[in-house]
Design a protein around this ligand. Structure first.
Ligand SMILES: Cc1cc2nc3c(=O)[nH]c(=O)nc-3n(C[C@H](O)[C@H](O)[C@H](O)COP(=O)(O)O)c2cc1C
Length: 353
C-alpha cells in the first residue's frame, strides 16, 4: 500500500478518535430571531436551493471524505447509499491516489454505481493539472468538481507538500476547461474575503468556506506523527461563521457561497444558510455515525436534520432558503468584534425584514 493510501486510512482512524476544535465555529455568536406568528405550515417549507446552476432538493450535502484505498470502497458505498436515501449531493475524497493508481479507482466509481441519479462532486487539490481534473470528473461522471485548498494541513503533515506556488493559475485553468462547475473549498481553516475575491476572479462557480471549529486537520496530522493532539496549528484558521460573512460580503452575490466546517445541528445549518450560504456541507459526523452505528443511523441523522431545519425555518417565518436570508439575525461576541475590525458592519443582518 502506498503512503498516500495508508494516509487515507489513518485520516479515518484519527477523525473517529478526535473531537472538533479546539476552537469553535463562531456560530454560537449568532441568534436567529424567533417569530411567534409565522403564518406558515410545516408543509410550506421548501428546502430547494441551487448551487452553481445545479438544482439541489435540499441545501445539505455530504462533504468530501474518502476514497483512494481498497479498504475504503465499502465506506464510500455506504455513504453513497445514505446520500441517495436522503436525496442529497455527495462529494468524494481527493482522487489523487486514483489518478496515480488505477487499482483504487473502484473506491470512487462505487459512488456513481450506487447513486446513478445523484449530484456528485469530484475532488482534487489545488496543485492538479487540467488533464488530472478532467480525469477525476470523468472517473465518477461528476456533476461538479471541488478543488480543495489545504495548505495548513500539508504543512502540519510530516510528508506533506512544501511548495504552493501556481495554485491560482491552476484553478483558473481548471475552471475554464473542466467542463463542469468548479467549486473551491477549504478543508477546515476557512477563507478570508481577499482570497474569495481572487477565487471569484479565477472563475470558480462556487466557494465553500470550509471554516474552523469542526474537523481539525492540523490536529489529525499531528496525531498521526505523535499520537498526541496539541498541534502548533491547533488554533489556526478562520471560524466558519466569520469566514462565511467575510466571503459573502466579498463576493457580493457574484458567485455562490457554501458553508462547511463544524456544522453539526440543524440550528448550525439554519444560521449558515441565513448568513448567505446556498448550501451547507457536513463531513466527519457522517463518517463517525456510519462507522460507529451503521448506515441506518446515518440515514436517520440526515433525515432528522432536514425535518429540524424545516422546523427552524418555520420558527423564523421563512418558507424558503432565500426567505431565511432576509430574516433578522443577531451577530455578537468575538464574531462581531472580528468583523468590525475588518470593516464589516454586522448590524445590517439584525435589521433585515
Ligand atoms: C476522514 C476525512 C477525510 C477527508 N478527506 C478529504 C479529502 O480527501 N478532500 C477534501 O476536500 N476534504 C476532505 N476532508 C474534509 C471535509 O470535506 C471537510 O472539509 C472538513 O472535514 C470539515 O467539515 P466537518 O467539520 O463537517 O468534518 C476530509 C475529512 C475527513 C474527516
Amino acid at each position: 500500500m502506498s503512503t498516500r493510501q495508508s494516509r487515507k486510512l489513518e485520516h479515518i482512524a484519527y477523525s473517529l478518535k478526535l473531537s472538533d476544535g479546539p476552537g469553535t465555529t463562531g456560530l454560537e455568536d449568532l441568534v436567529l430571531v424567533h417569530n411567534c406568528l409565522p403564518e406558515l405550515d410545516l408543509a410550506d417549507i421548501d428546502l430547494r436551493t441551487s448551487v452553481a446552476g445545479l438544482a439541489f432538493s435540499c441545501p445539505v450535502y455530504l462533504n468530501a471524505l474518502t476514497g483512494g484505498a481498497r479498504d475504503v470502497t465499502e465506506i464510500n458505498r455506504q455513504l453513497a447509499r445514505a446520500a441517495r436515501a436522503c436525496a442529497i449531493p455527495m462529494a468524494v475524497g481527493s482522487q489523487a491516489a486514483a489518478l496515480e493508481d488505477a487499482a483504487v479507482r473502484e473506491s470512487f466509481r462505487v459512488v456513481r454505481d450506487e447513486y446513478p441519479e445523484g449530484i456528485l462532486l469530484a475532488n482534487i487539490g489545488g496543485g492538479a493539472t487540467v488533464p488530472e481534473a478532467c480525469a477525476a470528473v470523468e472517473m465518477i461522471k461528476a456533476d461538479a468538481l471541488q478543488i480543495h485548498l489545504n495548505v495548513a494541513q500539508e504543512l502540519a503533515m510530516r510528508e506533506g507538500d512544501r511548495t504552493f506556488r501556481g495554485y491560482a493559475e491552476n484553478i483558473g485553468a481548471i475552471a475554464a476547461q473542466a467542463g463542469v462547475p468548479v467549486l473551491a473549498k477549504e478543508v477546515g481553516f476557512g477563507m478570508a474575503g481577499e482570497q474569495a475575491t481572487q477565487l471569484l476572479q479565477l472563475g470558480v462557480a462556487a466557494i465553500d468556506v470550509g471554516g474552523s471549529g469542526g474537523t481539525n486537520f492540523a490536529c489529525i496530522e499531528t496525531a498521526r506523527i505523535t499520537d498526541t493532539t496539541p498541534s502548533f496549528l491547533g488554533f489556526w484558521g478562520i471560524p466558519t461563521a466569520v469566514s462565511l460573512i467575510e466571503v459573502v460580503t466579498a463576493v457580493a452575490g457574484k458567485t455562490d457561497v457554501l458553508a462547511s466546517g463544524g456544522l453539526r445541528s440543524a440550528l448550525d445549518l439554519a444560521k449558515a444558510l441565513s448568513l448567505g450560504a446556498k448550501a451547507v456541507g457536513i463531513a466527519a459526523p457522517c463518517l463517525q455515525l456510519l462507522q460507529h452505528r451503521g448506515l441506518e443511523a446515518l440515514i436517520a441523522y440526515l433525515t432528522n436534520l432536514k425535518f429540524e431545519l424545516r422546523c427552524i425555518m418555520l420558527l423564523t417565518g421563512a418558507a424558503s432558503v432565500a426567505e431565511l436570508q432576509r430574516k433578522p439575525l443577531i451577530i455578537r461576541g468575538p464574531t462581531e468584534q472580528w468583523l468590525k475590525k475588518r470593516g464589516i458592519d454586522t448590524s445590517c443582518f439584525a435589521h433585515r425584514t
